[in-house]
Design a binder for this molecule. Sequence first.
Ligand code: NAD
Length: 501
Amino acid sequence: MTSRILHWADGAEFAGTSDRWADVTNPATGKVSGRLALADPDDAAQVIASAVQAQEAWAETSLARRTQVLFAFRELLNARRPELAQIITAEHGKVHSDSLGEIARGLEVVEFACGISHLLKGGHTEAASTGVDVHSKRVPLGVVGVISPFNFPAMVPMWFFPIAIAAGNSVVLKPSEKDPSASLWIAKLWKEAGLPDGVFNVLQGDKVAVDALLTSPDVASISFVGSTPIAEYVYRTASEHGKRVQALGGAKNHMLVLPDADLDLAADAAVSAGYGSAGERCMAISVLVAVDSIADDLVTRISERTRTLLIGDGAAGSEREADMGPLVTRAHRDRIAGLIGSGESAGAKLVIDGRSVSARGDEDGFWLGPTLFDHVSSEMEIYREEIFGPVLCVVRVPSYEAGVELINANAYGNGTAIFTNDGGAARRFEKDVEVGMIGVNVPVPVPVAYYSFGGWKRSLFGDTHAHGTEGVHFFTRGKVVTTRWIDPANRPAGGLDLGFP
Ligand code: NAD
């Protein structure tokens, strides 16, 4: 059964007038499950107009009322997590528990945004000069655009819109065309929570929709998450159009294992972080950097664990949930299978080949099993490319120094981890490594909502990370007011003075 997946504007579904449509598939069956409206520029203009119309009144709504809506949204989302998880699994393919996990991390940001009254407090200085007080405030930007990738259809939009809305902005979300239904479910939830129509809008589509947001004079800022080439394009284009931009890009996350680490825990972590969500996480571990003396032992432990994984349809209801679901699309699966071939030809040792997977599920699903390469070197394509799939590459290094050098030479700087029981080495790593998010014996160090999420180098364009206080800063503009009230009992002398005050 296929459904029509539309835009959302003025608090209702909106079909638009474009005649461009795209298929949405269930990756576990390979079957088309929906037909997605792809916006043309006129549709985009209408959705943006809905956001413009609603924004001023929303910004003038009291903080108490705005916070009530945020709390209501939090309650509804919390109560209905399984419904949303089902939608995510059906279009993305990740297993049900993993879909619940991304909702939990998104919910954290909603909870953070519930404290917006505190977060928006300005400063006040009495008598900065005689009879002169100064105060600061932060005001909303207006209409903000959020453009999200396929791999977290609920969590990544939630990195941005709860804070943006709480701060008094209206939002146009452009979700990934691969798994767009979560966005509409969320739009309906906002309505139920009492958010006025037009404050949260969804624009479905591809590059045409993105370009409309990047160039519209009515859109004040762009928050983008996706691959590095598109992040760079978005950053450049939106900046040229005078917008504030944060554009988070791709990743190649390394996990360095030192000889004194607990190798069982390190192997557990490598398998969980490498193959969770079929490796389609921007914080997945894709490169395991093993110091020579323990490399053989570690690869053995990783391969033993990898062979126990169950690959299959991740929908809820099975007796034993699969560990890993399918890849998001057939094209993505085939691309990764091609990269596995390239690693083999380049001379890396293919310890486990995911191309010959036996999966529990429909034979037309986009299956690819976990793949393990050993003896990978930094000039190989499988090392240089962001594979974004269940492929773990082991690079062997002679020392800690060589491991850090490898990580720092990489073009990306999103996340990294060190596994060691040596506090001094971990402390040194924290200082030496040129990466935005670092784990010490934690393989996927996604910051909690009250800190900010973002990488370095080609993993982020712009200087502001997502959520936490940086998020509040991004979605507001500062004003500083200098005030002199005339007190008749202490009236200033007056008179002309052309000197700099
Ligand atoms: P993508 O770059 O293909 O798409 C992201 C968004 O950009 C989508 O909404 C898509 O419709 C739009 N888009 C695609 N091509 C475009 C074009 N030519 N012009 C304008 N817009 C375009 O990314 P994806 O495949 O959906 O997601 C996976 C990527 O996202 C990976 O590279 C992953 O590392 C990255 N990612 C990064 C983070 C992070 O925090 N740094 C988080 C999640 C995902």
